[in-house]
Write a protein that binds this ligand. Structure first.
Ligand code: GDP
Length: 179
């Protein structure tokens, strides 16, 4: 749907406590270290900003769906149709959140009419090595089953978070370019 230059709407999905807010903060907070006027509309759950990926600017509108777990069905359905792409988060320290991500993936397929909507399965909190409940290979296998990309991140260590956003933009561009 996005024309070149128009913002990509990226939606953060996942159980509560997996790190969605932390992701959104890192995304929004980069404005501090770069251009302080970069981030417009930085409320609690929407942030729009331009980032550079492979030497080309891309504008991302990030939506944080904090209500996904509390079952506000309408909001959830709305969020599941609102995105050009989805970051589907779970915590590697919380198996229930991993199962929740699978459920959300299935719901997403039902609600999101567009084929090949980019989705990245994100295993967050990989810094918590001793509390890990979900292995890397389980995450990878799940992503393969669900036909989406996979990355492990640590919002706390700021590890791979930007890689996730950049990967998202690359997928969106591929999709745009093959239309
Ligand atoms: P949300 O409910 O999905 O928005 O989750 P939050 O972003 O509020 O994170 C829940 C808790 O997990 C907070 O205390 C965060 O500081 C913590 N947290 C988030 N990401 C990480 C991470 O990568 N590593 C660690 N150790 N803690 C994290």
């Amino acid at each position: 749907t996005a024309e070149p230059g128009s913002p990509y709407r990226v939606v953060l999905l996942g159980a509560s406590g997996v790190g969605k807010t932390a992701f959104a903060r890192i995304f929004a907070g980069a404005a501090d270290s770069m251009d302080s006027d970069d981030c417009e509309l930085c409320g609690d759950d929407v942030c729009e900003k331009e980032i550079e990926v492979d030497g080309e600017p891309a504008t991302i509108t990030l939506l944080d769906t904090w209500e996904a777990e509390t079952g506000r069905g309408c909001a959830q359905e709305h969020d599941m149709q609102a995105g050009d792409a989805y970051l589907l988060l779970y915590s590697v320290t919380d198996r229930a959140s991993f199962l929740r991500a699978s459920e959300l993936r299935i719901t997403l397929r039902r609600f999101s009419p567009a084929q090949h909507t980019p989705i990245i399965l994100v295993g967050n909190k990989c810094d918590l090595v001793r509390r890990r409940e979900v292995s890397v290979s389980e995450g990878r296998d799940c992503a393969a089953v669900f036909d989406c990309k996979f990355i492990e991140t640590s919002a706390a260590m700021q590890h791979n978070v930007w890689e996730a956003f950049h990967g998202m933009v690359r997928q969106l561009r591929l999709r745009r370019d093959t239309k």
